[in-house]
Design a protein around this ligand. Structure first.
Ligand SMILES: [Zn+2]
Ligand SMILES: [Zn+2]
Length: 323
């Protein structure tokens, strides 16, 4: 089978690998489309965390299984099923969690063996391109967890990569007034398409103290600071971007203005299923998605990493996929 193998650093190569044989609780999944995520790019840029090459990256996928006419999406994260967090449905925070494309071979391949429990059927009529957004949307939905959103809520989204864009879409669906920021024209256009009322080029342009909720989908010192200034007294900032691991934040401001700051990582099965249901109920505009053959994956990574492409989100399509 055709696979895009990461060999470390910025080296990616198409290889012809033997098919894996699934164990009794696993299924051989045929990939129709696999999205390139910011975290795949982290590995490519040299901060892959626990990823050890050679490895097939990728954790976002829509595809098919033998003997079934339906499309499926893969829930790529699995907890240990035993710890308190897993038992309480917070498997995204499990210390033993496993992720496709990190702890086991990922989805940039014609086939991938996945736990059978990871397969979630796509509602009939939903296109493969839209279904491919389930995983990033689940991350965006999880960012809003515990926060009230409605027509009077003012939300700012910093950074319009897929997680930011899908946060805009999810917030706009509730009727919230969403403003966004991104310096790239294509991303700003996508933000407006997905329901943002305005897009500014810098987070410093948000009026001070004007937002109920700020979603920081970039996650660097500058955006933590800009987000804190934009949020109202008593408001909330949720950091979902992992652009920087440590740095300064105005804790005095946070205390005196009673601001809640929370980090969020990935999603639970419930978030994942909610994401798929939302996509089916109100399919978003997908003009910001671009399909490329898996064989062009290395070029796609190089272009995304070097910002040489206008593509906001690239979906890789293995040879033989007809979805
Ligand atoms: Zn992802
Ligand atoms: Zn666990």
């Amino acid at each position: 089978m055709e696979a895009l193998v990461w060999l470390g650093g910025d080296r990616l190569e198409i290889e012809d690998l033997p098919s894996e044989v699934p164990k009794s609780d696993e299924t051989l999944f045929t990939v129709s489309l696999a999205g390139i995520c910011g975290s795949d790019l982290h590995a490519y840029r040299g901060s892959g965390g626990k990823r050890v090459p050679p490895l097939i990256l990728g954790h976002e996928a829509v595809g098919r299984i033998p003997g079934d006419d339906r499309l499926f999406v893969v829930l790529p994260l699995e907890g240990c099923h035993h710890c308190t967090l897993c038992v309480n449905g917070q498997e995204n925070l499990c210390n033993e969690r496993q992720l496709l494309g990190l702890d086991r071979p990922g989805t940039f391949a014609q086939e991938v063996v996945v736990p059978t429990s990871a397969l979630v059927a796509v509602p009939e009529g939903l296109s493969a391109d839209v279904a491919a957004l389930t995983e990033p949307l689940a991350t965006s939905l999880a960012a809003f967890k515990g926060l009230e959103l409605g027509p009077d809520t003012k939300v700012a989204v910093i950074g319009c990569g897929s997680i930011g864009l899908l946060a805009i879409y999810a917030a706009a669906f509730t009727g919230a007034q969403v403003v966004a920021t991104d310096p790239m024209t294509e991303r700003s256009e996508a933000a407006l398409e997905l329901g943002a009322t305005s897009v500014v080029t810098s987070a410093d342009d948000f009026a001070a103290g004007s937002m109920d909720i700020v979603i920081d989908a970039v996650g660097i010192e500058a955006t933590w600071g800009a987000g804190m200034r934009a949020v109202r007294n008593g408001g909330a900032m949720v950091i979902v971007g992992l652009g920087q691991f440590s740095g300064n934040m105005e804790i005095g401001d946070l205390v005196r203005r009673g601001i809640s700051v929370r980090g969020t990582y990935a999603y639970t099965r419930a978030d994942f299923e909610a994401a798929l249901a939302l996509l089916a109920k109100s399919p978003p505009a997908v003009g910001w998605l671009e399909r490329l053959p898996l064989s062009e994956g290395a070029t796609a990574f190089a272009d995304l990493a070097g910002q040489r492409t206008n593509a906001v989100k690239i979906l890789l399509q293995p040879v033989g996929s007809s979805d």
